[in-house]
Structure formats: structure tokens, C-alpha cells
Ligand binder design. Sequence first.
Ligand code: GAL
Length: 414
Amino acid sequence: MRRSVLAAASALAIAGASLAQAGPQAEVLHWWTSGGEAKSVAVLQQEFSANGGTWTDMPVAGGGGDAAMTALRARVLSGNAPTAVQLKGPAIQEWYEEGVLANISAVAEAEGWDKVLPASIAAHMKCEGQWCAAPVNVHRVDWLWANAEILKANGIEMPTSWDEFNAAADKLQAAGVIPLAHGGQAWQDATVFEVVALGILGADGFQQAFVDLDPAMLASDKMVAVFDQMRKMRGYVDSNFPGRDWNLATSMVMNGEAAFQIMGDWAKGEFLAAGKVPGQDFLCASAPGAGFLYNVDSFAMFDVAGDDKQDGQALLAKLIVGQNFQKVFNLNKGSIPARVDVPMEEFDSCAHLSAADMTSSSKDGTLLPSYAHGMAMRGAQSGAITDVVTAHFNSDMSSKDAVAMLVDAVANSL
Ligand code: GAL
């Protein structure tokens, strides 16, 4: 009897001790579920565990994060916000304004983030002067990916203008190859659209249309030309495109079913995860046009109670901007580090091109936020634009009608 009471008491003591020593906790909401993405987020999970943290994974599948953002809203509305959330661009400030974000300035100041992050990236991470998010990377959106063997077999060089792209696509189509791998999901339509828009409007025009939301640029003949090119793109995709996930489109390029894909460099994460070699199996080039569309992934911490959770947030924020994490994560993810002092020797030629182009674009004023990936404007405006882009892509709407609809949609969303 006595022995069993003692045993029960010591079992309780052990349970109590393990509760008290639970250590840093984090429930992390993210949408990194494809092969390359999962490999990348695992790097963070491992570092977190290696530093005594307990990670509760909350992946919400769906490229571009629309489904993840719906899940986030439901969690916050029910008063049960996750501790850390993949969140980026002006959405960070929108959540801050709702009063639900934690202040991570103590970590940022202790770690000297202002000294290692470019000012343009740091600005996205601050809310009224305080740090409210931690950046993991810089993805470039305006890329053209290609299957090296298909281009070679068809005597095609990487196109440097949209006319060259169209000529290459026509030639491939005549040879029975699908010119463009694409998934018919609104965010993928928007991705192709903004890359075409950068090429045709130029960096100044892109800034006027998708950062300043200038009605004159939105209504311009150049914008009509952007929709004309989108109509051509629609003719270059296969008939099974509706609903296809972006990584399956990347696989089509890998397997030689299709020649090109227009997608951010998370596509490179897929090529690499499948053991493909840049310059050999697949080619990367900036899409026709001058400029650089950036998409910075980041994590925001939500206001939650409990020392274990708050310790988890501080640990996570510290690790995310840490030098080693920024290197290993980005080697897998296809992006480049957000920190400026990460050694780049182990990165491939596509990453080096991205880093060089980002520096030169930043100097000549052509470094621009991606609208399709939530970096340029608030959700109401980007949603209104994407609705028009998708409606046009999936119908026989004329370019002029699309432009008229675009102007109205933006005006009504303001
Ligand atoms: C982007 C995100 C990337 C990538 C992609 C596809 O919005 O910034 O990290 O994962 O979606 O899911």
C-alpha cells in the first residue's frame, strides 16, 4: 500500500517536473508542403528541436498560401491563434492593426537585425517601428524555367523577349511539345500575369500599375498588350491545366512533358529536391524584361499567453534570422538569404544570378514587390486584380474588356 502511494507520488512528481520543464513551444502554421518546401521547413523544425524546442506542425496545403490564410483567420476568430505563422508583405501590418501580433523587438535588437538585413526587407518586418515579423529569404518571382534537353533538341535558346518566347512556343507546339507548364489556380494565373506585366510595362509601368494603383497606367494601351500576351499564354498550356498544383507543373518540365514554366524560384527547390542540376537538366533565366520582383517569406508571432509559448516565439525568431539557418534553408528552398552576410559559395548559378540582379535592381530602382505574392498591396486590392486576371484567362474576354474590368475592380476595392 505504502509502496504504491510512494510510486504514485513519484510518478506525479516526474510528470510535474516534465511539465515545468516543457521548454519552448511553437505551433507553426505554414503552407510548405511540396517536396522542396517540406525539405526546407524541416531545417527549421530540426534547429528548433536541437535547441530544446517542441514544434507542433500545422501545415495547410495549397501553393501561394490562400488556404493557409483562411485557416489562420478561423483560428484567430476563435481566439486560438497559432504561435507562429508564415505571413508576409502588407498582410503583416493588416494583422498588426487587428491587435493580434506579438512584439519581437527584444530578439531583433539583441540579434542586431537592423545591421544584417537590407532596409527594404526590414521595413516589411516592422509595424509602427516595432519588429513584428522575421524574414527567412528572398524569392524572385520573374523567372523562366526550362527543360534543357527539349530546348536543345528543338534548337531553341532561352528567350529574351516576349516575341522570342512566342516564336519558341509556336515552334515547340508544332513539334508536339507542351510549351508552357501551368496550373490553373488563381494565384498561378496572377504569377504569370505579373511576370508578363513587368516585361511589357517595364519597371516604371509596373510600379505605377501595381504599387501606386495609378488608374491611367491600369487603363493604358500597354495594359491591353499585357492581356494580349496572356491570351497567347493561354494557348500555350495543355488542356489539363485547370486546378493543377504548381509543383506538378514543375514536374512536367522535369519529365520533359513541357518546355517552360513561369514561376518563382521555389520551383528550383522542386528541381533540386528531385536531384536535377541547374545548367544541365534545367535552365533558369530572368523572364523577358528588366527588373526584379521580390517575394520575401517571413514568420509573424501571434499574441499568445504562456512562458513556454513566448519562449518558443523568441527562439524561433532568433533561429530564423540566424546565419546558419538562412544558408541551409535557402539552399533547399530555391531562394537567397534575406541576411546580407551569408556566405554564398555553396549556392548554385541561379541563386548567384538572383543575388546579382537584386543588387543591380536595387541600385537602378527596378527592385519591385510582387503583387501576386502579397508584397505590393493589401489583400482587398490584390484579390480584386487577381479576379480579373483569372476571369480573362479562363474565358474569351477581350483584352480591352479585361482592362476596363481591371480599372473598375481596383477603384471599387479602394
Ligand atoms: C509563395 C511562397 C513561397 C512558395 C510558394 C508556393 O507565396 O512565398 O515560399 O512556397 O508560395 O507555395
